[in-house]
Design a protein around this ligand. Structure first.
Ligand code: XLS
Ligand code: CA
Ligand code: CA
Length: 449
């Protein structure tokens, strides 16, 4: 179903209508070249597969400011000294943008959608005001909430972490925010709730009791789960791994670290992973690696779609533009049978130098086309018998006989030795990596039409 374009009192993106699919030959920068919502791939429409979301913070709150200079973007919705007016205008701009882009989902932090008050009660009331408005906007347009979350990292009180803060007062304060953000997520029909461990980590080992902090983190998540379920949240709780920045060392380092943590604390029945591309690469992995680790564990819940810059060691949150990466990502997602109730959230921002309002559309269109091409090409590669042969064929010795018995746990170490003695020196079997790489490039070059 197409979204109804939201029309508020002010049009914040004048001259731009709802973005249409025009196909690969189009040279219109404000049209999709590959993302054709209704086109069916592997049994589902592209919209159902990709479940794109627009994030509130990078688009409607960030201004392009960096540590070296102020913002560069002129945002009409941010021109107000009254926080209520500003939040309302911002929401109108957000719904206008999302519905013109025609994405099904959006995502928010508590204090990018609303604004922080002088007390917890005031903040909760501010959030409620904006939830009421967002509910109206969702009903008018057909937009849905992919996930909500709480910002537990910007306010100075969280400088030493939120649930892992050495001060109990801060832990309790963080809980008040998560409670309100969960209430908001449920009120808006959110399908997931995200915990990014912003400053859950440490700067200096010798003044930190890491064992205690990790126990507090698990306890906090457990209580959030208990509360969420008690108010009828049926969606998935998601942890978003990230290895560094802002803290020197972050506890939720990467997918495998979080999977171990969730299983250790019995949280893996309710929590899954929100894997962000740029965080995976900061951890020294590829995007596809962290996706695969999540998929193997049955815990890949959602994706923050962006990319980093291989030349530096921080989180640049660029829009995805590498088809090579999206092909590999979508191969993982298709093999696991789809992203379920998760989605692809563009946790990405236009560059500080990209100052036209249309750049926001161009950036998202590019990211959506990049994943649409990734989806089509990944599906074709997986349908090519050679691709499964190249992988599964390598494990054929475990499909029957002693290999099968080993997998079933029927062979002891001594049995294995006896088999090795009888077999002698194993044959060298080529891994055929380059053949597979060439196959992928052949499909990429053939395109996604
Ligand atoms: C920051 C994170 C953040 C989370 C939500 O690096 O990506 O934006 O996705 O708190
Ligand atoms: Ca990021
Ligand atoms: Ca993210």
């Amino acid at each position: 179903m197409s979204r109804t374009v939201f029309k508020g009192d002010t049009e914040y993106f004048p001259g731009i209508g709802q973005i249409q699919f025009e196909g690969p030959e189009s040279d219109n920068p404000l049209a999709f070249k590959a993302y054709d919502r209704e086109r069916r791939v592997a049994g589902k429409t592209m919209e159902e597969h990709l479940r794109f979301a627009v994030c509130y913070w990078h688009n409607f709150c960030a201004t392009g400011a960096d540590p070296f200079g102020p913002g560069t973007r002129d945002q009409a919705w941010a021109r107000s000294s009254d926080p209520v007016q500003m939040a309302r205008k911002r929401m109108d701009a957000a719904f206008e943008f999302c519905t013109k882009l025609n994405v099904p989902f959006w995502c928010f932090h508590d204090f990018d959608m609303a604004w922080e008050g002088a007390s917890i009660d005031e903040s909760d009331a501010n959030i409620q005001t904006m939830v009421d408005l967002a509910n109206e906007r969702q009903a008018e347009t057909g937009m849905k909430l992919l996930w909500g979350t709480a910002n537990l990292f910007s306010n100075p009180r969280y400088m030493n972490g939120a649930s892992t803060n050495p001060s109990f007062d801060v832990v309790a304060y963080a809980a008040s925010q998560v409670k309100a953000a969960l209430d908001a997520t449920v009120a808006l029909g959110g399908q997931n709730y995200v915990f990014w461990g912003g400053r859950e980590g440490y700067a200096y080992l010798q003044n930190t009791d890491t064992r205690r902090e990790l126990q507090h983190l698990a306890m906090f998540l457990d209580k959030a789960r208990e509360y969420g379920r008690s108010i009828g949240f049926e969606g998935t709780f998601l942890i978003e791994p990230k290895p560094m920045e802002p803290m020197y060392h972050q506890y939720d380092f990467d997918a495998q670290t979080v999977i171990g943590f969730l299983r250790h604390h019995g949280l893996d029945g309710d929590f899954k992973l929100n894997v962000e591309a740029n965080h995976a690469t900061l951890a020294g992995h590829t995007f596809a690696h962290d996706l695969q680790m999540g998929a193997d564990a049955g815990l890949l819940g959602s994706i923050d779609a962006n990319m980093g810059n291989p030349q530096n060691g921080w989180d640049t949150d660029q829009f995805p533009s590498s088809i090579y990466d999206t092909v590999h990502a979508m191969m993982v997602v298709l093999k696991m049978g789809g992203i379920g109730s998760g989605g692809l959230n563009f946790d990405a921002k236009v560059r500080r130098e990209s100052t036209d309002l249309s750049d926001m559309f161009i950036a998202h269109i590019g990211g959506m086309d990049c994943f649409a091409r990734g989806l089509i090409i990944a599906d074709r590669i997986l349908a090519d018998q050679r691709s499964s042969d190249l992988r599964d064929g390598r494990y054929a010795s475990f499909d029957s006989g002693d290999g099968k018995r080993f997998e079933n746990g029927e062979l002891s170490l001594t049995d294995l030795r006896d088999i090795a003695v009888a077999t002698g020196e194993p044959e060298l079997v080529s891994g055929k990596q380059e053949l597979y790489e060439n196959l992928i490039n052949d499909y990429i070059v053939r395109g996604a039409s």
